[in-house]
Design a protein around this ligand. Structure first.
Ligand code: ZN
Length: 136
């Protein structure tokens, strides 16, 4: 029996600009055109000022581990070979938070506050996933 494939994110119209940028190895988040607040995932309305005007802006890709969880259970057969793996919330230096994975480090060595930077993992012609790795 062949190994199960991982699920691939569905590219909704709301997320299309994010994935289009990721294919070009650029990390972007939504920015409120009225107050400048950054947000991710995208939302039609700003939670700070309620404006519906927004655009996408490139961010540095640098940040820190805000929180993380190490998966020890197989919730999807596509991830069975990677157990244990970490799911992290990265707080970008610009302030927005992203849910992602950390690569290049054992889950037992991950600490909140550690500096990370984005890397891009090409999954298919359509999907490239931003992931993060430790800095320094
Ligand atoms: Zn706003």
């Amino acid at each position: 029996m062949s190994q199960a494939a991982k699920p691939i994110p569905r590219i909704t119209p709301e997320l299309a600009p994010f994935f289009e940028a990721a294919k070009q190895e650029r990390l972007v988040v939504q920015k409120c055109d009225s107050c400048g607040a950054l947000r991710f995932p995208p939302n039609p309305q700003c939670s700070r000022c309620l404006s519906t005007a927004s655009s996408w802006t490139r961010v540095s890709g640098r940040g820190e581990v805000y929180s993380f969880n190490v998966m020890h259970q197989v919730y999807h057969p596509g991830f069975a070979a990677e157990i244990p793996y970490a799911v992290v919330i990265v707080k970008l230096e610009e302030g927005a938070k992203l849910l992602s994975n950390l690569v290049g480090i054992k889950p037992s060595e991950i600490k909140c506050g550690m500096a990370v930077e984005v890397v891009f993992e090409r999954i298919s012609d359509e999907v490239t996933l931003p992931k993060f790795r430790p800095v320094g």
